[in-house]
Design a protein around this ligand. Structure first.
Ligand code: SAH
Ligand code: SF4
Length: 458
């Protein structure tokens, strides 16, 4: 979500007549787009602002802006700690980036933080913004902003506001427009994508409209997947408590939807899950996972896990290990619990887990994850996969890197460089914990975007 906001900020600055600088010390404007989901981002920001102070001395024209949810959380504190910052803005006024820089140039430093995005703005504004995409062929599409859940560890609802879904028809039009300019892969973004549309439905019902029980997230997958030119559809994140059978069916029946599910577990112990307010048990998580795997053959599953949530006992943690082992994840983002101001769990200071305990638990969890990661990758050897090439490998320019439908990194040699966005058929010959190695078979123009299901519109 944050990366996509950065693309939108770059797009706005470019539309305002700026061009990308080659290096920080050549820039006249530097925007630090921050995230406050975990604490180390705070520390990084202030360290970086310290470094930028020297640049500002060397180039007095330099404007420094701090954006994003950390800016929103710290607001005035940023200018107190770093007086050389010119503009501070949050996640709800990204669209003001260029104007705020101009205003600050004319009349001095500005801190502008909005508490929430108005529903009307949310509907129009992400698509109305010119985004400068990192990739020519892959694009993020925000389908929903904010979050209505109250996970005890999480600061997102406080900084991103309540859940607002963008209009179904507008989203489909937006993806069509992306396909027209050569985008073949889209990732639908939301904090809880399976509740997509719930708020629209409620608002219409309250307005006395006669509403059918849609649009749902599965409908969106089908309609986006049916757009000509769109070969891959991904999404993140589905909250395990809200993953519905319809979504699984839509995934299975829409060829363009990739065989990958990011399914954040957070913890395995029912006691901790309840304290987190996650709305599922370890058992229920595994059942849903089983349903998803049964419905979508060859499904890769990745996850997020938090270690050291306040009050986590050894037994609780062992249950996380058990559930993770049983789930056989393809990979996992593992996080040490980080108390976030204003969240419920941050109050439970007497239950905080000592750093040496979390360190030890983290190592044990990584061992479990590594085991399934290696095994899952090794299972791909001998298969033929389609790689969407994103460029030459970092280590060797003769080796191309791409992503398989399961979102696995794959490297393969090619006599000539392949353009980003090329779809290549590769035979997998080797694997590691985080990658596959393949041999190029041919370049594919397979129409993987066709769905077998008739298109339904909202
Ligand atoms: N909406 C998504 C999560 C978005 S935040 C969901 O509910 O699944 C991305 C990840 O950051 C979370 O899944 C969680 O594992 C991690 N995270 C969030 N707050 C955290 C905190 N306070 N400490 C450590 N990890 C955290
Ligand atoms: Fe945070 Fe929970 Fe919302 Fe995810 S679902 S963004 S973890 S509050």
């Amino acid at each position: 979500m944050n990366e996509h906001d950065s693309e939108r900020i770059s797009g706005l600055l470019e539309a305002d007549g700026m061009a990308e600088a080659n290096a920080m010390d050549e820039a006249d404007v530097i925007v630090l787009n921050t995230c406050c989901i975990r604490e180390n981002a705070d520390n990084k920001l202030y360290a970086q602002l310290g470094q930028l102070k020297h640049l500002k001395k060397a180039n007095p024209r330099l404007q420094i802006a701090v954006a994003g949810c950390l800016a929103q959380k710290d607001r005035d504190l940023i200018r107190e700690k770093a007086g050389h910052v010119d503009v501070v803005f949050g996640t709800h006024n990204v669209h003001r980036a260029a104007e705020l820089l101009t205003e600050a140039r004319e009349s001095g430093p500005i801190v502008e933080i909005l508490e929430e995005t108005a529903r009307e703005d949310a509907a129009a504004f992400p698509s109305a913004l010119p985004a400068k995409r990192e990739s020519d062929f892959a694009a993020w599409v925000t389908i929903q902003i904010g979050c209505d859940n109250n996970c005890a560890f999480c600061i997102v609802p406080a900084v991103r506001g309540p859940e607002i879904s963008r209009e179904f028809a507008g989203l489909v039009t937006e993806v069509k427009a992306l396909a027209d300019v050569g985008v073949t892969e889209v990732t639908l973004l939301g904090q809880n994508v399976n509740s997509y549309g719930r708020d629209i439905q409620l608002a219409r019902r309250q307005a006395g409209e006669d509403v059918r029980v849609r649009p749902l997230f599965g409908d969106l997958l089908r309609d986006v997947g049916a757009i000509d030119g769109i070969r891959r559809v991904r999404y993140t994140s589905p909250h395990p408590k809200d993953l519905r059978p319809e979504t699984i069916t839509a995934m299975a029946e829409t060829d363009a939807v990739c065989e990958h599910l990011h399914f954040p577990l957070q913890a395995g112990s029912d006691r901790i899950l309840a304290q987190m307010h996650r709305g599922y048990t370890g058992e229920r998580f595994l059942e849903k996972l089983q349903e998803a795997r049964a419905g979508v053959p060859d499904l890769a599953v990745t996850t997020d896990i938090i270690v050291g949530f306040p009050g986590e006992t050894e037994d609780d943690f062992v249950r996380t290990l058990e559930v993770a082992a049983e789930a056989r994840f393809d990979s996992a983002y593992t996080f040490v619990y980080s108390p976030r101001p204003g969240t419920e769990a941050a109050e439970w200071t007497d239950k905080f887990i000592p750093a040496e305990v979390t360190k030890d638990r983290m190592e044990r969890l990584r061992t479990v994850i590594e085991r399934s990661s290696r095994a899952r990758h090794a299972e791909r050897v001998g298969k033929t996969e389609i790689a969407a090439v994103f460029g030459p490998s970092k280590r060797d320019p003769d080796v191309m890197s791409g992503r398989t439908r399961q979102n696995k990194l794959v490297h393969f040699a090619s006599d000539k460089p392949l353009k980003a966005g090329t779809y290549a058929r590769v035979k997998i010959v080797d694997s590691g914990m985080h990658y596959l190695r393949g041999e190029l078979l041919d370049i594919t123009a397979l129409p993987t975007h066709r769905t077998r299901i008739p298109v339904v519109s909202a």
